[in-house]
Design a protein around this ligand. Structure first.
Ligand code: ZN
Length: 337
């Protein structure tokens, strides 16, 4: 069991770079899962060598007899809405430092940790914090350049994050791990946790629920909206590590737009929306700053949910919301889609 997180950290690099694996023992179910992942990756990553030889002395069958559910939780829209959806289970939150928040961002991590703890205390549930230096040990730029194709792909997101984040939880007393993600029917580039859609991923007697049945906007619409006590925990921004959400980057603007369309005041969700917001969003759209395919698909998702007529009340003084929605709808439709 102890070897699971370590093997998960190095195995994708071994598959790519023609390295062999030497181990005293490994959990048998996890090893079987790796074999299935390898066969999926063979169709995703044509530059990998896939000639790794395994020198493993023992394959162990483990039984942990855990009962509870755990949720990989970052505070983002996916994980917060998964939490709202699954909170009736005996659920623990699991937050990982060293994944999206670098280890040298101590103050910001403390802020995030405080919020996670606050949520856990509010609902009287457990939370676990894991610290990992796994990303500091990989040369992701070199791996991107050597083994991946296309500007939308990167090692962490496309290859390794699903396997690494899940494996880090393998030593917690959790039977069923929930990994939140968003449904994206139009996804064109590999996404390193979507492999869990196609396989039964497990170790010992544990199992995984890959929670990706709704799009990002549907999550705002069906899960977040109305659950006002959870608005204060939303954190979607990864471009900076000072504020909970910067309110300026593409992802923040996209989330703010989605919230507005559903009548949720973004200022209650850790955003600071001021009157210049409309101009900024128009600038992004009209200067083609939304470049990545996944981002365009996410805007299309919002566009599909723009009501033809809206009676949304504004609670924060942004009086021309309806006008903004119409502007975005026209801009996206005519110029970019
Ligand atoms: Zn941001």
């Amino acid at each position: 069991m102890l070897a699971i997180p370590v093997l998960a950290a190095v195995i994708t690099i071994a598959w790519a770079a023609d390295a062999d694996i030497y181990l005293e023992s490994i959990d048998k179910k996890f090893f079987n899962s790796l074999n299935k992942i390898e066969s999926i990756f063979k169709t995703w990553f044509p530059k990998f060598s896939f000639s790794t030889e395994y020198h493993i002395e023992n394959y162990q069958i483990n039984s942990l007899n855990n009962e509870s559910y755990g949720l990989l939780y970052s505070g983002g829209l996916d994980s917060l809405s998964s939490y709202i959806k699954h909170k009736k289970e005996t659920l623990s939150l699991i937050s990982i430092w060293g994944a999206d928040i670098p280890l040298n961002k101590t103050k910001f991590w403390d802020k995030v940790k405080y919020k996670v703890t606050q949520l856990a205390e509010m609902d009287d549930i457990k939370c676990y914090f894991i610290k990992t230096n796994v990303r500091e040990m990989m040369n992701e730029n070199l791996l991107n350049k050597t083994y991946l194709e296309g500007e939308d792909t990167n090692w962490w997101l496309s290859v390794s994050h699903g396997l690494i984040l899940t494996s880090l939880t393998s030593l917690l007393p959790i039977k069923t791990l929930i990994m939140p993600s968003s449904m994206d029917e139009n996804e064109k580039v590999p996404h390193g946790s979507d492999l869990f859609k196609f396989m039964d991923y497990r170790w010992a007697d544990s199992s995984l629920i890959y929670d990706c049945n709704l799009s990002r906007h549907e999550k705002i619409k069906y899960l977040l909206r109305g659950n006002t006590q959870y608005y204060q925990f939303l954190r979607v921004c990864y471009t900076q590590f000072q504020d909970y959400n910067c309110g300026m980057c593409e992802k923040c603007l996209r989330t703010i737009t989605g919230l507005l369309i559903e009548g949720i005041d973004p200022n209650k969700c850790n955003f600071k929306v001021k009157n210049g917001f409309l101009d900024l969003i128009k600038y992004y759209l009209s200067n083609n700053i939304i470049l990545l395919h996944s981002e365009i698909a996410a805007w299309e998702d919002i566009q599909n949910n723009i009501p033809e007529e809206s009676s949304i009340e504004f609670s924060f003084g942004l009086k021309n919301l309806i006008l903004m929605i119409i502007i975005i709808k026209r801009t996206i439709k005519k110029e970019y889609f």
